[in-house]
Every structure is written in C-alpha cells, then in structure tokens.
Design a protein around this ligand. Structure first.
Ligand SMILES: Nc1ncnc2c1ncn2[C@@H]1O[C@H](COP(=O)(O)OP(=O)(O)O)[C@@H](O)[C@H]1O
Ligand SMILES: [Mg+2]
Length: 441
C-alpha cells in the first residue's frame, strides 16, 4: 500500500470506527510505547486529548512517583490494571489491558484496551485479584493497594474475620517487585509465646530441648519477599519488642543466638482489633503500632456493604457451578432475600461456606431458601431477622423482589430513607433512583 504523505481524515475515521467496533476504546502504541492511534472513545474515556507521538506511560501515569503501570509497559509485561482517569480526579478509574501486536517474540507494538471502571462511588462491580465488589470503600482499598504495592511500605490491614485480609496481602505481594520472592504467612494467635518466637525468628541448635539443628524462622524464610503477620494484635509484649527491633534494624537474632542476621522483607500485618485501643489498654506497644501502620487499610464487614452480598453470591455460584456437581442457573428471590438479610458475622468466608452448603444440600437448577442453613431462614434463630418478617406484610408482597425489599426496609424504618438506604447497603441516591423505578416515590 502506498504511503499517504499527509494524514487522511476519512481514513482515520474509518480506522477509528474499525477499532471501536472490534476492540472498543483503545490506543495503538508503537514498539517505543508512543501513541500512533487512539479512538475518539479512548480520549473521551481518559478525559483528555491523546496526541500522536506522546509516550503512553507519561499519558497514563503522568509524573506520579509510583507508576506500576508505566513500568510494566516499559518492561514489556502484560498489563491488567486500574488507573485513575488522567483527565479527571483520582476517584474515577479506567481499566487498562495491554495486548502485544505482531507474532514475533518482540512485539511490533501494543494495543491498550480501555474500559470505564466507573467512579469509585458508583454501583459498578469491579474485580481485583480474586476479589469482587461494588462497594465504594472496597474500591478505595483496591486503588490504595494498587498505588502502594510496589513501594516497600509496611501495611496494616484491619477487618473482621473473613473480610478478605489475607487476599489483600496476597494482592499486594503479587503486585510488588517481590512477587517472585516468597510470601510467608504466620498467624500470631495460633501459637504460645515461646513457640511463636522460634517460628518467627528461628533458633540455633541446642537453644532448647528438641532444637536439634539451626532452623530459620518465618522472617528469614521471607527474605526478598513478604511476611504476612496475621492477628498481629495477639503478639505477646516481649515478642512485640523483638518485632520492633527487627523492623528497625532489618535483622533477626534467632533463639539461642547472639549475632544478628540481615533480612530483606516487606511486612504486611492484619488484625480484627483496633490497635489503638490495644495500645490504650497497655496490650500493644505504641511504637510498634506506628511502625506497622504506615499504610492502614480497612476492610468493611459484609453487613456494611450489603450490595456485595448479591455480587459475591453470583461469584460463588459461578465458582461452584464450575465444579460440575450441580448447576444452579437461578436463585429463588426468597433465597436471595434470606442471604441479604443475614448479618454475616463470618463475613465473606461465611457467605462462601453457606453457598457451598446450599449447593450440597439442594438439587436442581434453582437454589431455593430451603437449601440454606436453618439459621438463615428460620425466623427467630437469626440475630437480625429484619426484612424477612416485613416481607409478609400485605402491602409489600407485590412487585419484583427488589421493590418488596425496598418497601420492607422503608416500613421497618418508618419511611426514613437514610436508614432504609443503610439497611439495604445502598447510597441514598441509588435508593431514591430505585424507588422511582419501582414506582415507590
Ligand atoms: N471481596 C471478595 N471477593 C471474593 N472472595 C472473597 C472476598 N473477600 C474474601 N473472600 C473469600 O473469603 C474467604 C476469607 O478471606 P480471607 O482473605 O481469608 O479473610 P480474612 O483473612 O480477613 O479472614 C476466602 O475464601 C476468600 O477467598
Ligand atoms: Mg485470615
């Protein structure tokens, strides 16, 4: 094909339309990561013009100090990431996926497929390293994790049991430069102090009865990787002093040893407790709290993000369907209502176990309320029977299940929309919108 000396506007429009039809909003980069073509929809998504010749890392990540996406692009690694919209505030995210172009080992260039990942505050479901959510707080956590993963900063994850603390630690490790190194997990609540010390810091031969050889601890085994200290608030005070020493000097002294051994680890810790209260009660060292909590991350309990119950239910139904023993294509409205009204003290873990139970107990393509464990459906056994009871009111049995749930929540809160929105795990605006949709205004 002859080279066109000047740009041909009609050809550009044709290519734009072809790319938009096949790949959606996208940007074509040459092997030097410079923009050669961008669809109009890509510019609209990013919220800024995309000049030809501009470097993609600079366009997408600006001069931010942490630029994991830019670095991955520059290294020729596949990118699958969420970045804040360059032409907007940090609250709006764009999902980026890179596809190498050309058949050889060295790509001719890259196609960056872009997708609107929604405002952090919107209702859209996002996926992040094995986690699904449509909750604004969780999305914020994912954005923070993405930003800080490649630094070596110490992270403290707080959340009730089953909220995904370990998944967050895994995501940070996988997104970090230490991903090829080990991730060592140790539960500080699981062992008595003397065993825990040796588990953490190792021991020398003869340090105690049964110490038949020099044995490295988790800290040393996490060298060049990440150490995940689960339930860190349960660490006895004397070990807190040793952990602090390790964080300050980046060395460990095994039990029975005297010489410090240098270690290169990133520490992520987790707890279900408020560390500050532990400090105030004299059970936790303030200096260690500050060391561990450089970047605090809070995972809200499932009952505070009820919108996620449906999202996660769908996720686990898909997962269990893939096992092939039973195929569930439908969730009975009463079953979903029971799931949505339960309080989930065990959070996402409990929800997953509940669905696993339901898959095993029930039969056929519809998952019904009778498949669920009794404490979810038998009124009176549940700590918070809430909406289930309200559902039988004559005024609320009409219409689709959501309308009924909304009506029930409003009944329960005597028409207070703020409280009803809270109960349903919706924002006020979303509640209002849905009320209008269902003709409840
Ligand atoms: N947002 C989420 N999306 C999907 N699965 C999740 C999510 N959060 C937690 N889980 C699942 O719930 C269970 C508990 O997660 P985990 O990270 O071990 O919680 P924690 O460490 O806080 O007790 C695991 O099976 C995990 O896969
Ligand atoms: Mg855990």
């Amino acid at each position: 094909m002859a080279r066109t000396p000047a740009r041909e506007p009609s050809l550009d429009r044709l290519i734009d339309a072809a790319l938009a039809a096949s790949a959606g909003a996208c940007i074509v980069l040459d092997e030097g990561l410079r923009v050669r073509f961008a669809t109009a929809s890509a510019a609209a998504l990013l919220g800024c013009p995309i000049p030809r010749g501009v470097s993609a890392p600079a366009l997408l990540c600006g001069d931010k100090p942490k630029r994991p996406v830019a670095e991955a692009l520059a290294a020729g690694l596949p990118v699958h990431a969420l970045v804040p919209r360059p032409g907007g505030d940090d609250e709006h995210l764009v999902r980026i996926r890179s596809v190498p172009l050309g058949a050889g080992s060295k790509p001719l260039g890259w196609l960056l497929a872009l997708q609107d990942a929604g405002a952090i505050g919107s209702d859209r479901t996002v996926e992040f390293h094995g986690m699904s959510t449509r909750d604004a707080g969780m999305k914020h956590v994912f954005a923070v994790v993405q930003k800080i993963a490649r630094s070596d900063a110490t992270v403290l994850v707080r959340g009730e049991t089953g909220t995904g603390k370990e998944l967050v630690a895994q995501a940070i490790h996988r997104l970090s430069d230490r991903k090829d190194g080990p991730l060592r997990v140790i539960n500080c609540a699981a062992l008595p102090a003397n065993l825990l010390e040796s588990e953490l810091f190792g021991h020398l031969k003869g340090a105690f009865t049964g110490a038949i050889r020099d044995t490295p601890g988790h800290v040393q085994l996490a060298d060049h990787g990440t150490l995940f200290l689960d339930e860190v608030a349960e660490l006895p005070l004397e070990l807190q002093a040793k952990l602090l020493r390790m964080l300050e000097t980046r060395t460990v002294i095994p039990v029975g040893g005297r010489d410090p051994i240098a270690v290169d680890v990133r520490v992520i810790s987790a707890t279900h407790r408020a560390l500050r209260q532990e400090v105030e009660a004299g059970r936790f060292r303030a200096d260690l709290m500050y060391r561990l909590r450089v970047i605090p991350v809070f995972l809200p309990p499932l009952r505070a993000r009820r919108g996620d119950i449906e999202v996660l239910t769908q996720r686990f139904v898909d997962e269990f369907n893939a096992r092939g023993k039973r195929r569930v294509d439908q969730l009975a409205p009463t079953a979903l209502a029971a799931l949505e009204h339960h309080d989930w003290p065990g959070n996402v873990r409990e929800l997953r176990n509940t669905l696993e139970y339901a898959f095993a107990i029930g039969e056929g393509p519809e998952l019904v309320a009778g498949d669920l464990p009794p404490e979810l459906v038998e009124p009176g056994l549940d700590a918070e029977p809430m909406l289930a009871a309200a559902e039988v009111r004559p005024t609320t049995t009409e219409g689709p299940p959501e309308a009924r749930r909304i009506a029930a929540a409003l009944t329960r809160t005597a028409g207070n929309r703020d409280q009803a929105a809270k109960l349903l795990g919706l924002s006020r605006v979303t509640l209002w919108r849905r009320m209008r949709q269902h003709g409840l205004v």
